[in-house]
Design a protein around this ligand. Structure first.
Ligand code: C2E
Ligand code: CA
Ligand code: CA
Length: 408
Protein backbone atom coordinates (compact mmCIF):
# COMPACT_ATOMS: atom_id res chain seq x y z
CA UNK A 1 0.00 0.00 0.00
CA UNK A 2 1.34 3.39 -0.93
CA UNK A 3 1.03 5.68 1.99
CA UNK A 4 -0.08 8.40 2.13
CA UNK A 5 -0.63 11.73 3.57
CA UNK A 6 2.94 12.09 4.82
CA UNK A 7 4.09 11.75 1.20
CA UNK A 8 2.60 15.08 0.28
CA UNK A 9 5.66 17.26 0.12
CA UNK A 10 4.09 20.10 -1.76
CA UNK A 11 0.86 20.27 0.12
CA UNK A 12 -0.83 22.83 -2.10
CA UNK A 13 -0.42 20.88 -5.28
CA UNK A 14 -2.76 18.28 -6.66
CA UNK A 15 -2.33 14.64 -5.77
CA UNK A 16 -2.70 11.93 -8.44
CA UNK A 17 -3.46 8.32 -7.52
CA UNK A 18 -4.08 5.19 -9.53
CA UNK A 19 -6.95 2.72 -9.10
CA UNK A 20 -6.89 0.90 -5.77
CA UNK A 21 -4.45 3.21 -4.04
CA UNK A 22 -5.17 4.10 -0.45
CA UNK A 23 -5.68 7.79 0.33
CA UNK A 24 -6.07 7.27 4.08
CA UNK A 25 -7.16 4.51 6.44
CA UNK A 26 -9.54 4.45 9.36
CA UNK A 27 -7.74 5.48 12.55
CA UNK A 28 -5.12 7.63 10.75
CA UNK A 29 -4.50 11.12 11.99
CA UNK A 30 -6.18 13.46 9.52
CA UNK A 31 -4.00 16.27 8.23
CA UNK A 32 -5.66 16.98 4.91
CA UNK A 33 -9.06 17.09 3.27
CA UNK A 34 -9.48 16.54 -0.45
CA UNK A 35 -11.57 17.77 -3.33
CA UNK A 36 -11.97 15.28 -6.18
CA UNK A 37 -11.04 16.90 -9.47
CA UNK A 38 -11.20 13.72 -11.58
CA UNK A 39 -12.21 10.11 -10.92
CA UNK A 40 -14.01 8.33 -8.10
CA UNK A 41 -13.16 7.67 -4.47
CA UNK A 42 -14.62 4.91 -2.33
CA UNK A 43 -15.22 5.59 1.36
CA UNK A 44 -15.38 2.41 3.40
CA UNK A 45 -15.24 1.07 6.92
CA UNK A 46 -14.87 -2.33 8.59
CA UNK A 47 -17.93 -3.85 10.35
CA UNK A 48 -17.77 -5.61 13.74
CA UNK A 49 -17.86 -8.87 11.71
CA UNK A 50 -14.67 -7.74 9.98
CA UNK A 51 -16.41 -7.17 6.66
CA UNK A 52 -15.47 -4.20 4.48
CA UNK A 53 -18.52 -1.98 4.08
CA UNK A 54 -18.66 0.64 1.35
CA UNK A 55 -20.22 3.78 2.79
CA UNK A 56 -20.14 5.98 -0.25
CA UNK A 57 -18.68 6.49 -3.68
CA UNK A 58 -17.66 10.10 -4.29
CA UNK A 59 -17.21 11.79 -7.63
CA UNK A 60 -15.63 14.84 -9.17
CA UNK A 61 -16.52 17.99 -7.21
CA UNK A 62 -17.07 16.15 -3.90
CA UNK A 63 -15.01 16.88 -0.83
CA UNK A 64 -13.96 14.29 1.74
CA UNK A 65 -11.71 13.94 4.76
CA UNK A 66 -12.84 17.28 6.16
CA UNK A 67 -14.28 15.97 9.44
CA UNK A 68 -10.97 14.81 10.92
CA UNK A 69 -9.41 18.03 9.71
CA UNK A 70 -11.91 20.17 11.55
CA UNK A 71 -11.84 18.58 15.00
CA UNK A 72 -8.47 16.81 14.92
CA UNK A 73 -9.94 13.35 15.58
CA UNK A 74 -8.76 10.19 13.80
CA UNK A 75 -10.18 9.22 10.39
CA UNK A 76 -13.52 7.48 10.95
CA UNK A 77 -13.40 5.66 7.59
CA UNK A 78 -10.93 4.71 4.87
CA UNK A 79 -10.64 6.26 1.41
CA UNK A 80 -9.43 4.43 -1.70
CA UNK A 81 -9.10 5.52 -5.30
CA UNK A 82 -11.86 3.61 -7.12
CA UNK A 83 -10.46 4.78 -10.45
CA UNK A 84 -7.45 6.89 -11.29
CA UNK A 85 -8.03 10.13 -9.41
CA UNK A 86 -6.74 13.67 -9.20
CA UNK A 87 -7.29 15.43 -5.89
CA UNK A 88 -6.85 19.00 -4.72
CA UNK A 89 -5.34 18.92 -1.26
CA UNK A 90 -6.90 21.14 1.40
CA UNK A 91 -4.55 21.77 4.31
CA UNK A 92 -5.41 21.93 7.98
CA UNK A 93 -4.17 25.49 8.08
CA UNK A 94 -6.68 26.56 5.45
CA UNK A 95 -9.56 25.18 7.50
CA UNK A 96 -8.34 25.70 11.05
CA UNK A 97 -7.56 29.41 10.80
CA UNK A 98 -11.12 29.93 9.55
CA UNK A 99 -12.66 27.86 12.32
CA UNK A 100 -10.61 29.61 14.98
CA UNK A 101 -11.84 32.99 13.84
CA UNK A 102 -15.43 31.86 13.25
CA UNK A 103 -18.42 33.05 15.17
CA UNK A 104 -18.92 30.75 18.25
CA UNK A 105 -22.47 29.88 17.15
CA UNK A 106 -21.21 28.81 13.74
CA UNK A 107 -18.57 26.67 15.45
CA UNK A 108 -21.24 25.01 17.53
CA UNK A 109 -23.44 24.35 14.49
CA UNK A 110 -20.45 22.87 12.68
CA UNK A 111 -19.79 20.50 15.59
CA UNK A 112 -23.48 19.44 15.61
CA UNK A 113 -23.45 18.71 11.88
CA UNK A 114 -20.17 16.82 12.20
CA UNK A 115 -21.45 14.73 15.06
CA UNK A 116 -24.50 13.94 12.98
CA UNK A 117 -22.37 12.71 10.09
CA UNK A 118 -20.23 10.65 12.44
CA UNK A 119 -23.19 9.00 14.11
CA UNK A 120 -24.65 8.21 10.67
CA UNK A 121 -21.36 6.54 9.73
CA UNK A 122 -21.46 4.60 13.01
CA UNK A 123 -25.01 3.47 12.37
CA UNK A 124 -24.20 2.29 8.88
CA UNK A 125 -21.20 0.38 10.19
CA UNK A 126 -23.35 -1.39 12.82
CA UNK A 127 -26.16 -2.20 10.38
CA UNK A 128 -23.99 -3.64 7.60
CA UNK A 129 -26.91 -2.94 5.25
CA UNK A 130 -26.29 0.59 4.11
CA UNK A 131 -29.21 2.98 3.80
CA UNK A 132 -27.98 6.13 2.16
CA UNK A 133 -31.31 7.94 2.07
CA UNK A 134 -30.91 10.05 5.21
CA UNK A 135 -27.29 10.87 4.38
CA UNK A 136 -28.30 11.84 0.86
CA UNK A 137 -31.01 14.15 2.15
CA UNK A 138 -28.67 15.94 4.51
CA UNK A 139 -26.07 16.14 1.79
CA UNK A 140 -28.49 17.73 -0.67
CA UNK A 141 -29.47 20.37 1.85
CA UNK A 142 -25.85 21.36 2.29
CA UNK A 143 -24.81 20.86 -1.33
CA UNK A 144 -25.20 24.44 -2.42
CA UNK A 145 -23.26 25.81 0.53
CA UNK A 146 -20.63 23.12 0.16
CA UNK A 147 -20.30 23.91 -3.53
CA UNK A 148 -19.69 27.57 -2.76
CA UNK A 149 -17.16 26.74 -0.05
CA UNK A 150 -15.38 24.32 -2.39
CA UNK A 151 -15.11 27.01 -5.08
CA UNK A 152 -13.59 29.37 -2.53
CA UNK A 153 -11.12 26.74 -1.33
CA UNK A 154 -10.11 25.98 -4.92
CA UNK A 155 -9.54 29.66 -5.55
CA UNK A 156 -7.51 29.91 -2.38
CA UNK A 157 -5.38 26.90 -3.34
CA UNK A 158 -4.81 28.45 -6.76
CA UNK A 159 -3.84 31.72 -5.10
CA UNK A 160 -1.38 30.02 -2.74
CA UNK A 161 0.13 28.12 -5.67
CA UNK A 162 0.10 31.27 -7.79
CA UNK A 163 1.95 33.21 -5.11
CA UNK A 164 4.62 30.49 -4.95
CA UNK A 165 4.87 30.35 -8.74
CA UNK A 166 5.31 34.11 -8.98
CA UNK A 167 2.04 34.76 -10.81
CA UNK A 168 1.48 37.86 -8.66
CA UNK A 169 2.95 41.05 -10.04
CA UNK A 170 3.06 44.52 -8.50
CA UNK A 171 1.79 47.26 -10.82
CA UNK A 172 2.43 50.94 -10.25
CA UNK A 173 -0.05 53.78 -10.73
CA UNK A 174 1.37 57.28 -11.02
CA UNK A 175 0.61 59.88 -8.35
CA UNK A 176 1.00 63.33 -9.87
CA UNK A 177 1.75 66.63 -8.12
CA UNK A 178 -1.08 68.84 -9.42
CA UNK A 179 1.03 72.00 -9.08
CA UNK A 180 3.98 70.84 -11.14
CA UNK A 181 2.32 68.10 -13.21
CA UNK A 182 5.18 65.77 -12.40
CA UNK A 183 5.06 62.23 -11.09
CA UNK A 184 6.15 62.17 -7.46
CA UNK A 185 5.24 58.64 -6.54
CA UNK A 186 3.16 55.58 -7.34
CA UNK A 187 0.53 53.46 -5.65
CA UNK A 188 1.49 49.79 -5.72
CA UNK A 189 -1.47 47.68 -6.88
CA UNK A 190 -1.18 43.92 -7.03
CA UNK A 191 -2.12 41.96 -10.13
CA UNK A 192 -2.68 38.21 -10.36
CA UNK A 193 -2.20 36.68 -13.79
CA UNK A 194 -3.41 33.13 -13.32
CA UNK A 195 -2.72 30.75 -16.23
CA UNK A 196 -6.08 29.05 -15.61
CA UNK A 197 -8.29 31.88 -14.35
CA UNK A 198 -6.88 34.79 -16.32
CA UNK A 199 -6.48 38.23 -14.78
CA UNK A 200 -8.19 37.96 -11.38
CA UNK A 201 -9.34 41.23 -9.81
CA UNK A 202 -7.65 42.27 -6.55
CA UNK A 203 -11.11 42.93 -5.15
CA UNK A 204 -11.56 39.13 -5.32
CA UNK A 205 -8.16 37.79 -4.30
CA UNK A 206 -7.15 40.41 -1.71
CA UNK A 207 -10.13 39.75 0.62
CA UNK A 208 -9.47 36.03 0.14
CA UNK A 209 -5.78 36.41 1.07
CA UNK A 210 -6.91 38.53 3.97
CA UNK A 211 -9.37 35.94 5.25
CA UNK A 212 -6.40 33.57 5.67
CA UNK A 213 -2.87 34.26 6.81
CA UNK A 214 -1.61 34.50 3.21
CA UNK A 215 -1.81 38.30 3.24
CA UNK A 216 1.09 38.37 5.73
CA UNK A 217 3.80 36.74 3.54
CA UNK A 218 2.24 38.46 0.52
CA UNK A 219 2.54 41.85 2.20
CA UNK A 220 6.16 41.17 3.17
CA UNK A 221 7.00 40.13 -0.37
CA UNK A 222 5.27 43.24 -1.72
CA UNK A 223 7.34 45.45 0.57
CA UNK A 224 10.53 43.82 -0.77
CA UNK A 225 9.32 44.54 -4.30
CA UNK A 226 8.47 48.14 -3.40
CA UNK A 227 11.87 48.78 -1.78
CA UNK A 228 13.78 47.42 -4.75
CA UNK A 229 11.50 49.38 -7.14
CA UNK A 230 12.37 52.65 -5.36
CA UNK A 231 16.05 51.77 -5.60
CA UNK A 232 15.72 50.91 -9.29
CA UNK A 233 13.87 54.15 -10.07
CA UNK A 234 16.61 56.11 -8.29
CA UNK A 235 19.28 54.27 -10.28
CA UNK A 236 17.58 54.81 -13.63
CA UNK A 237 16.20 58.34 -13.23
CA UNK A 238 18.10 59.83 -10.31
CA UNK A 239 14.77 60.69 -8.66
CA UNK A 240 13.67 59.74 -5.15
CA UNK A 241 10.04 58.71 -5.41
CA UNK A 242 7.62 57.48 -2.78
CA UNK A 243 5.48 54.38 -3.07
CA UNK A 244 2.09 54.03 -1.44
CA UNK A 245 1.29 50.48 -0.40
CA UNK A 246 -2.10 49.20 0.69
CA UNK A 247 -2.21 47.64 4.13
CA UNK A 248 -4.94 45.15 4.95
CA UNK A 249 -6.64 44.96 8.31
CA UNK A 250 -5.09 41.59 9.10
CA UNK A 251 -1.61 43.03 8.61
CA UNK A 252 -2.35 45.87 11.01
CA UNK A 253 -3.43 43.37 13.61
CA UNK A 254 -0.39 41.13 13.23
CA UNK A 255 2.23 41.48 15.97
CA UNK A 256 5.24 41.36 13.66
CA UNK A 257 3.95 43.71 10.98
CA UNK A 258 5.79 46.85 12.00
CA UNK A 259 8.92 45.04 13.23
CA UNK A 260 9.35 43.32 9.85
CA UNK A 261 8.60 46.57 8.05
CA UNK A 262 11.22 48.51 10.03
CA UNK A 263 13.84 45.78 9.54
CA UNK A 264 13.34 45.66 5.79
CA UNK A 265 13.43 49.43 5.41
CA UNK A 266 16.54 49.70 7.61
CA UNK A 267 18.32 47.11 5.46
CA UNK A 268 17.58 49.07 2.27
CA UNK A 269 18.73 52.48 1.08
CA UNK A 270 15.12 53.71 1.21
CA UNK A 271 14.03 56.28 3.80
CA UNK A 272 10.89 55.56 5.82
CA UNK A 273 9.18 58.65 4.35
CA UNK A 274 9.37 57.00 0.89
CA UNK A 275 6.98 54.23 1.91
CA UNK A 276 3.47 55.47 2.56
CA UNK A 277 1.00 53.12 4.15
CA UNK A 278 -2.54 53.31 2.80
CA UNK A 279 -4.97 52.23 5.45
CA UNK A 280 -8.68 52.02 4.85
CA UNK A 281 -10.69 54.26 7.07
CA UNK A 282 -12.76 51.31 8.26
CA UNK A 283 -9.64 49.34 9.34
CA UNK A 284 -9.01 52.00 11.95
CA UNK A 285 -12.14 50.92 13.76
CA UNK A 286 -10.49 47.82 15.06
CA UNK A 287 -9.63 49.52 18.32
CA UNK A 288 -6.41 49.83 20.27
CA UNK A 289 -4.12 47.83 17.98
CA UNK A 290 -4.72 50.06 14.97
CA UNK A 291 -4.30 53.20 17.01
CA UNK A 292 -1.01 52.13 18.58
CA UNK A 293 0.20 51.16 15.12
CA UNK A 294 -0.57 54.66 13.86
CA UNK A 295 1.52 56.07 16.71
CA UNK A 296 4.47 53.73 16.08
CA UNK A 297 4.48 54.45 12.35
CA UNK A 298 4.67 58.16 13.08
CA UNK A 299 7.60 57.60 15.42
CA UNK A 300 9.50 55.60 12.79
CA UNK A 301 8.75 58.22 10.13
CA UNK A 302 6.37 56.20 7.95
CA UNK A 303 3.70 58.45 6.44
CA UNK A 304 0.11 57.24 6.71
CA UNK A 305 -2.62 57.74 4.16
CA UNK A 306 -6.27 57.30 5.03
CA UNK A 307 -7.63 55.54 1.96
CA UNK A 308 -11.17 55.82 0.57
CA UNK A 309 -11.90 58.63 2.98
CA UNK A 310 -15.58 59.43 3.28
CA UNK A 311 -16.85 55.98 2.29
CA UNK A 312 -16.68 54.49 5.80
CA UNK A 313 -17.88 56.12 8.96
CA UNK A 314 -15.76 59.25 8.45
CA UNK A 315 -14.94 59.24 12.14
CA UNK A 316 -13.34 62.60 12.65
CA UNK A 317 -12.07 61.73 16.12
CA UNK A 318 -9.25 59.76 14.47
CA UNK A 319 -8.19 62.86 12.62
CA UNK A 320 -8.30 64.77 15.87
CA UNK A 321 -6.24 62.27 17.89
CA UNK A 322 -3.71 61.06 15.34
CA UNK A 323 -1.57 62.76 12.78
CA UNK A 324 -1.93 61.34 9.30
CA UNK A 325 0.15 62.46 6.36
CA UNK A 326 -2.41 62.32 3.60
CA UNK A 327 -6.12 62.04 3.12
CA UNK A 328 -7.15 60.16 0.02
CA UNK A 329 -10.43 61.28 -1.51
CA UNK A 330 -12.31 58.26 -2.79
CA UNK A 331 -13.01 57.96 -6.49
CA UNK A 332 -16.77 57.90 -5.90
CA UNK A 333 -16.57 61.67 -5.23
CA UNK A 334 -14.45 62.25 -8.35
CA UNK A 335 -16.27 60.08 -10.88
CA UNK A 336 -19.01 62.66 -11.57
CA UNK A 337 -17.25 65.74 -10.19
CA UNK A 338 -17.67 67.91 -13.28
CA UNK A 339 -21.48 67.45 -13.29
CA UNK A 340 -22.34 67.18 -9.62
CA UNK A 341 -22.27 70.22 -7.35
CA UNK A 342 -22.56 68.05 -4.23
CA UNK A 343 -19.40 66.18 -5.19
CA UNK A 344 -17.66 69.53 -5.68
CA UNK A 345 -18.72 70.65 -2.21
CA UNK A 346 -17.60 67.34 -0.65
CA UNK A 347 -14.21 67.49 -2.40
CA UNK A 348 -13.70 71.12 -1.35
CA UNK A 349 -14.60 70.26 2.26
CA UNK A 350 -12.23 67.26 2.32
CA UNK A 351 -9.37 69.27 0.81
CA UNK A 352 -9.89 72.13 3.29
CA UNK A 353 -10.13 69.63 6.14
CA UNK A 354 -6.83 68.01 5.06
CA UNK A 355 -5.00 71.31 4.89
CA UNK A 356 -6.49 72.56 8.15
CA UNK A 357 -5.14 69.45 9.87
CA UNK A 358 -1.74 69.67 8.18
CA UNK A 359 -2.33 66.83 5.78
CA UNK A 360 -2.01 66.74 2.03
CA UNK A 361 -4.97 65.70 -0.11
CA UNK A 362 -4.82 63.19 -2.96
CA UNK A 363 -7.76 62.46 -5.22
CA UNK A 364 -8.05 59.09 -6.94
CA UNK A 365 -9.99 58.03 -10.04
CA UNK A 366 -9.30 61.19 -12.10
CA UNK A 367 -10.32 60.27 -15.62
CA UNK A 368 -10.63 63.59 -17.45
CA UNK A 369 -9.16 67.07 -17.67
CA UNK A 370 -12.25 68.76 -16.21
CA UNK A 371 -12.05 66.72 -13.01
CA UNK A 372 -8.35 67.46 -12.79
CA UNK A 373 -8.86 71.21 -13.23
CA UNK A 374 -11.60 71.38 -10.60
CA UNK A 375 -9.48 69.48 -8.07
CA UNK A 376 -6.46 71.60 -8.84
CA UNK A 377 -8.46 74.83 -8.40
CA UNK A 378 -9.74 73.52 -5.06
CA UNK A 379 -6.13 73.15 -3.93
CA UNK A 380 -5.88 69.36 -4.07
CA UNK A 381 -2.17 68.49 -3.85
CA UNK A 382 -1.96 65.19 -5.70
CA UNK A 383 -3.98 63.29 -8.27
CA UNK A 384 -4.15 59.73 -9.48
CA UNK A 385 -6.23 58.14 -12.21
CA UNK A 386 -6.50 56.92 -15.78
CA UNK A 387 -6.07 60.50 -17.06
CA UNK A 388 -2.40 60.21 -16.09
CA UNK A 389 -1.91 56.47 -16.28
CA UNK A 390 -3.53 53.16 -15.36
CA UNK A 391 -1.50 50.89 -13.07
CA UNK A 392 1.45 49.60 -15.17
CA UNK A 393 4.49 47.32 -14.73
CA UNK A 394 7.66 48.86 -13.29
CA UNK A 395 9.54 49.31 -16.58
CA UNK A 396 6.57 51.18 -18.04
CA UNK A 397 6.31 53.29 -14.86
CA UNK A 398 9.95 54.33 -15.28
CA UNK A 399 9.27 55.25 -18.92
CA UNK A 400 6.36 57.40 -17.76
CA UNK A 401 8.67 59.29 -15.42
CA UNK A 402 10.91 60.12 -18.33
CA UNK A 403 8.01 61.51 -20.38
CA UNK A 404 6.67 64.62 -18.73
CA UNK A 405 2.93 64.76 -18.25
CA UNK A 406 1.36 67.78 -19.85
CA UNK A 407 -2.08 68.96 -18.92
CA UNK A 408 -3.91 71.56 -20.90
P1 C2E B 1 -7.77 51.04 -3.92
O1 C2E B 1 -6.64 51.08 -2.95
O2 C2E B 1 -8.90 52.00 -3.69
O3 C2E B 1 -7.11 51.22 -5.35
C1 C2E B 1 -7.63 52.03 -6.35
C2 C2E B 1 -8.35 51.22 -7.38
O4 C2E B 1 -8.88 52.12 -8.35
C3 C2E B 1 -7.44 50.29 -8.15
O5 C2E B 1 -8.20 49.14 -8.48
C4 C2E B 1 -7.12 51.08 -9.40
O6 C2E B 1 -6.75 50.27 -10.49
C5 C2E B 1 -8.45 51.75 -9.64
N1 C2E B 1 -8.30 52.98 -10.42
C6 C2E B 1 -7.21 53.76 -10.53
N2 C2E B 1 -7.44 54.81 -11.31
C7 C2E B 1 -8.72 54.73 -11.71
C8 C2E B 1 -9.56 55.54 -12.56
O7 C2E B 1 -9.16 56.57 -13.09
N3 C2E B 1 -10.83 55.12 -12.72
C9 C2E B 1 -11.31 54.00 -12.15
N4 C2E B 1 -12.59 53.65 -12.37
N5 C2E B 1 -10.56 53.19 -11.35
C10 C2E B 1 -9.27 53.57 -11.14
P2 C2E B 1 -7.57 47.71 -8.33
O8 C2E B 1 -6.16 47.74 -8.78
O9 C2E B 1 -8.53 46.79 -8.98
O10 C2E B 1 -7.54 47.47 -6.79
C11 C2E B 1 -8.70 47.28 -6.05
C12 C2E B 1 -8.40 47.27 -4.57
O11 C2E B 1 -7.62 46.14 -4.22
C13 C2E B 1 -7.57 48.47 -4.13
O12 C2E B 1 -8.40 49.57 -3.99
C14 C2E B 1 -6.99 47.97 -2.83
O13 C2E B 1 -7.91 48.14 -1.78
C15 C2E B 1 -6.84 46.48 -3.09
N6 C2E B 1 -5.43 46.17 -3.35
C16 C2E B 1 -4.73 46.20 -4.50
N7 C2E B 1 -3.46 45.83 -4.29
C17 C2E B 1 -3.34 45.57 -2.96
C18 C2E B 1 -2.26 45.14 -2.10
O14 C2E B 1 -1.11 44.95 -2.51
N8 C2E B 1 -2.54 44.98 -0.78
C19 C2E B 1 -3.78 45.21 -0.26
N9 C2E B 1 -3.97 45.05 1.04
N10 C2E B 1 -4.81 45.61 -1.04
C20 C2E B 1 -4.59 45.80 -2.36
CA1 CA C 1 -5.31 52.39 -2.04
CA1 CA D 1 -8.75 53.99 -2.68
Amino acid sequence: MINQESDIDNQFLNRSLTTGECIFTEGDKGDFAYIIEEGEVEISTVTPENKRLILNVLKSGDMFGELALVDGSARSASAYAKTNVILTVVTGEQVKSRIESADPILKLLLMVVMNYFRSETGRLRAKSEPDFSSLDKTKKEYQEKIFHAIELIRLESDLRNGFKREELVPFYQAIVDLNTNSIVGFEVLLRWFSPTRGNVSPSIFIPLAESTSLIIPMGEWLLDQALSAIEQVKKETGIDIFLSINIAEKQIQSQEFLTVMKQKIDLSSVKPKQIKLEILERSLFEGEKALSLVQECREFGLPLVIDDFGTGYANLSYLKNFQFDTLKIDQCFVKDLENNVKDQIICKTLIDLSHGLEMTAVAEGIENQQQCKILSSLGCNYGQGYLFSPPVPLDRAIELMNTSITLT
